[in-house]
Design a protein. Structure first.
Length: 654
């Protein structure tokens, strides 16, 4: 008999969820003396110094930052209008500028973050903990004791003021009750910091005195009410007023409805208050890889030098790598999760008619999102995977299109997983949303003979169903050959229609609007590459920033990453939000995202639109942007009659 080797248990991912506002306020107020060239940078420096320390000491694999929305708490006000009415509105211009910069650092450090304007960070954290992966442990960085409700076998709370991780094992070092009763006690006694009234005369000590089993095990509200009735019966003619208040739900304040029902809705984090789009976004933070485009820790180095953070790090420039090491490890963890894979999708005219396919091509060229079904026998396809569409059947074979997968699942999580979708939905095919880079008509396809010549190792004739995986290097060869095919045939190909699938990416790209522009486009027969789009964007941003500085704005902050505006400018008490659009066309129209429209309507007239038109592309592969004519609209009022829809989100009710 041979020796039996013991299999080690798979390691769980340890995720740190940071209550962003808590850490930011502690950092900003705790590092008041950290300046560079008379500019306070303590908030930025202390935020990432603290985060680095926690990552190292607790061996964190993944970091998520959640932020309170601008109108966070709105959903609770519907139930309890006095919610947080005791708190003065906090606004500090320097604090807000540093917070924006912290968010920018996070983007390039591959740190996941999310904010919804109507939602509080507590609810986002609670829903993440509910949606986490099976092999994932979560530690929440906060000062908010309300989040102790979330503690379980896989969730701990790092109390910032105690500098201690609190879990099931050590919970009663800090609290007198059982960890599972944290929410129940808050519901009954209320929360003074949030201005939530509790039962008149009741404190935690009152509850522990009359219901001592709160220290030992999980207790329900029904048990408390039932025990209260028994206490009153036993006391006969001498009932306790405080117990009577518990039974009747008599509160210290005014509740517009049943006391326990309202307090449960606004306090119980087992049922977080957040809209459906926020739930889907949090699920994406749990399951999806981050889009690597434009993210680079070297950008952080540039920002640290600009802000002066580099010069307050211990060791100065030499200490940079040591300071960044934990973040670079996080970045590598995230990059390793990005699946550099490629799949073949199949169109067979015998199964899906030529008319249907041509209608699909038309829809894509008009700016709509592609969708394709995949068989249950295919491999799991994830967002970011390359897809190649081939034509099969007797009427000719060949390569018709290439694109990037952005998958959908019945439960709203944007990924197709056999274990989570196909097995549970055996009777249904899976469907992919696709950002088509190019989708050709059948008579424009790259012939199968060429496809075989480019990559003879793949048995193309045997591929009958969508979902077959091919090697990434094979895919790269085919993509390069397909691009050459389009250029050699001088095919008229539309620009990548990212506006409908991911409209944020389209904002700022070249628009063909005038008759002259359309003629020029047909004559040149090319589409903008990612490098060209980036060059145009950077050229427009450079000219716009120089223009704003020349106008006298003392602080011109680049906020283009993760915000619906490109610059936030401040001089004294004056402030302005700026949107920048760069284009190689005449600039007669530009694309705006929904977020940009909503934001600039809200801040108008303290806003402006800068259009840099007639930018020229030169150099190798036309990758260098020069020239450009700057035009400013200030103030900028967005009128309905000047908006033209290029896509719709249709709710089918399914």
């Amino acid at each position: 008999m041979g020796l039996r080797t013991l299999k080690s248990k798979p390691k769980k991912t340890k995720t740190l969820i940071v209550d962003g506002n808590v850490l930011m306020k502690r950092s900003y107020n705790g590092a008041k003396n950290v300046y560079h060239k008379d500019k306070h940078i303590g908030g930025i420096f202390a935020f990432y110094s603290t985060l680095r320390k926690v990552i190292v000491e607790h061996k964190i694999d993944k970091v998520v930052i959640t932020w309170d929305g601008e109108r966070g708490g709105t959903l609770r006000l519907d139930y309890y209008p006095e919610y947080k009415g005791n708190r003065p509105r906090f606004f500090d211009q320097d604090y807000e500028l540093q917070k924006l910069r912290v968010k920018q650092y996070a983007e390039d450090l591959f740190i996941r973050q999310y904010e919804h304007e109507d939602v509080e960070s507590d609810d986002l954290i609670a829903f993440y903990c509910q949606s986490k992966k099976q092999m994932e442990e979560v530690m929440v960085y906060t000062n908010d004791r309300d989040l102790c409700q979330l503690i379980n076998e896989d969730v701990t709370i790092f109390l910032a003021d105690k500098k201690m991780e609190v879990g099931i094992g050590n919970y009663q070092w800090f609290f007198n009750h059982h960890y599972s009763n944290a929410g129940l006690i808050k519901i009954i006694e209320g929360c003074s910091s949030d201005n939530i009234k509790g039962i008149d005369g009741v404190t935690e000590n009152t509850l522990l005195t009359h219901f001592p089993y709160l220290k030992e095990r999980k207790v329900t509200l029904e048990e408390i009410l039932e025990s209260s009735k028994i206490i009153q019966e036993e006391r006969g003619n001498k009932p306790l007023k405080v117990i009577d208040n518990i039974i009747k739900g008599n509160s210290k304040g005014v509740h517009r409805g049943p006391f326990y029902e309202i307090n449960q809705k606004i306090i119980d984090l087992n049922n977080p208050l957040l809209p459906e789009e926020a739930r889907e976004s949090i699920k994406n933070l749990v399951y999806l890889p981050l889009d690597p485009e434009g993210r680079d820790y070297k950008n952080v180095l540039k920002m640290m030098i600009e802000d002066g953070v580099m010069y307050v790090i211990p060791g100065g420039e030499n200490g940079y790598l040591n300071f960044m090491e934990p973040f670079i490890k996080l970045l590598k963890n995230e990059q390793s999760s990005i699946r550099q894979r490629a799949f073949v999708l199949v169109w067979n005219p015998a199964k899906w008619s030529m008319e249907n396919y041509l209608n699909e091509v038309d829809r894509i060229r008009q700016g709509e999102v592609g969708q394709w079904s995949t068989s249950r026998t295919g491999a799991a396809i994830f967002p970011g995977d390359i897809v190649l569409l081939i034509q099969a059947g007797r009427k000719g074979r060949g390569l018709l299109g290439v694109g990037i997968a952005k998958s959908i699942r019945p439960d709203g999580i944007q990924c197709i997983s056999r274990s989570r979708s196909i097995r549970d939905e055996k009777s249904r095919q899976s469907h992919l949303k696709i950002k088509w880079i190019n989708l050709l008509a059948p008579d424009q396809r790259m012939p199968s003979e060429t496809v075989v010549d480019v990559e003879p190792t793949i048995p193309w004739l045997r591929i009958q169903n969508s979902g077959t995986r091919i090697g990434h290097l094979s895919a790269r060869k085919l993509l390069k050959s397909f691009e050459g095919h389009i250029r050699n045939k001088s095919l008229e190909v539309p620009e990548v229609n990212e506006a409908v699938e991911e409209i944020e990416r389209l904002a700022g790209r070249r628009q063909i609007s005038s008759r002259k522009d359309r003629f020029a486009s047909k004559r040149r027969s090319f589409w903008l590459t990612a490098v060209q789009r980036k060059a145009i964007e950077m050229r427009a941003m450079k000219l716009a920033k120089a223009h704003l500085v020349k106008q006298g704005w003392s602080n011109v902050l680049d906020t283009s990453r993760g915000n619906p505006f490109d610059f936030y400018c401040v001089t004294g008490s004056k402030q302005i939000w700026v949107e920048v659009k760069g284009t190689t066309s005449s600039g007669s129209s530009v694309v705006l995202t929904r977020g940009e429209v909503e934001h600039h309507r809200k801040v108008s007239p303290q806003n402006c639109l800068i259009i840099v038109r007639n930018i020229h592309l030169t150099g190798v592969n036309r990758s260098r942007a020069t020239g450009g004519i700057l035009h400013e609209i200030h103030p900028w009022a967005i009128l309905d009659k000047k908006l033209k829809p290029i896509g719709f989100d249709y709710l089918t009710g399914l």
